[in-house]
Design a binder for this molecule. Structure first.
Ligand SMILES: Nc1ncnc2c1ncn2[C@@H]1O[C@H](COP(=O)(O)OP(=O)(O)OP(=O)(O)O)[C@@H](O)[C@H]1O
Ligand SMILES: [Mg+2]
Length: 252
């Protein structure tokens, strides 16, 4: 079987998870020549915007449609076929990546059956890609209703503060307590200006991550965000792009 390498990006609100996810998708595909699967698992989805593609449908919307259709499928179409068909519709195919947007759970129906089917199919789809990047919602609740079975790399993003690091550490501890299956962990200190203080470095090294690295602050990223432009516009020579490439190399 073709095994994929699954990278899940987590962390508290506004630290730069989606920015890093989008840049990881770009970097991974450039470095490997592979089409990367991007999964936006944040109900308040914006990875499509950051990747510069338009999302027409979310899994949340298709789940709703499937529930309505369940007893009324065209002749010869099984529920499995229907899920697969709709899942393909909910995928945006880019040049260097494919994107699946989970969206929100819309209604109040009973979704267990459909959710299980979706999970099975998503896991199946992931196997078709060498690399999968999952952008998660802020906080740690999502770890309990995770989108996939396994993660190879749990990336936790933090701002360069001791308080931020405490949250990152808590998320890592929770992931371990909940026996969320991940093989490796990495802390990414984002939006760094200048040198990190030695106090912060000591705290980072004490936090229990296998590896850690930094991403510099870059006004260009803020400018793109301000204007609603995708991160594909970010120059490949920018310090952030270089740092993300180094981060990718650290994963192997
Ligand atoms: N390295 C960076 N340099 C400058 N600005 C950055 C950097 N990384 C992220 N930002 C800015 O920080 C803000 C939040 O980034 P982003 O949306 O990636 O965070 P997030 O963790 O995904 O947030 P949320 O928790 O809301 O999903 C954005 O305006 C983004 O442009
Ligand atoms: Mg985000």
């Amino acid at each position: 079987m073709n095994m994929s390498y699954v990278i899940a990006v987590a962390g508290k609100g506004g630290v730069g998870k989606s920015t890093l996810s989008a840049l990881l998708v770009r970097s991974l595909s450039e470095l490997t020549g592979e089409i990367v699967l991007a999964v936006d698992a944040d109900p308040n989805a914006n990875l499509g915007d950051k990747l510069g593609v338009k999302v027409e449908r979310t899994i949340g919307q298709l789940r709703e449609d499937l529930l309505k259709q369940a007893d009324d499928l065209p002749a010869g179409m099984s529920k499995q076929d229907a899920v697969m068909y709709h899942l393909r519709l909910a995928m945006v195919e880019g040049e260097k990546f494919d994107l699946v947007t989970m969206g929100r759970q819309e209604g109040r129906g009973c979704y267990c059956y459909i959710n299980n089917l979706l999970r099975t199919f998503l896991d199946g789809i992931m196997d078709d890609y060498r690399y999968v990047v999952i952008d998660n919602e802020a906080g740690m609740e999502h770890l309990s209703r995770r989108t996939c079975q396994k993660m190879d790399m749990l990336v936790i993003v933090t701002d360069p503060t001791v308080v931020g690091l405490t949250t990152a550490r808590r998320i890592l501890e929770l992931a371990m307590e909940m026996e969320v299956a991940f093989s490796h962990s990495m802390l990414v200190v984002s939006r760094v200006r200048g040198e990190l203080s030695s106090t912060l470095v000591d705290a980072i090294e004490d936090a229990g991550f296998e590896k850690w690295t930094t991403i510099p602050h870059d006004d260009e990223i803020d400018r793109l965000a301000e204007e609603g432009l995708p991160l594909t516009e970010l120059s490949k020579d920018s310090a952030v792009a270089v740092a993300v490439r180094e981060l990718v190399n650290m994963m192997h």
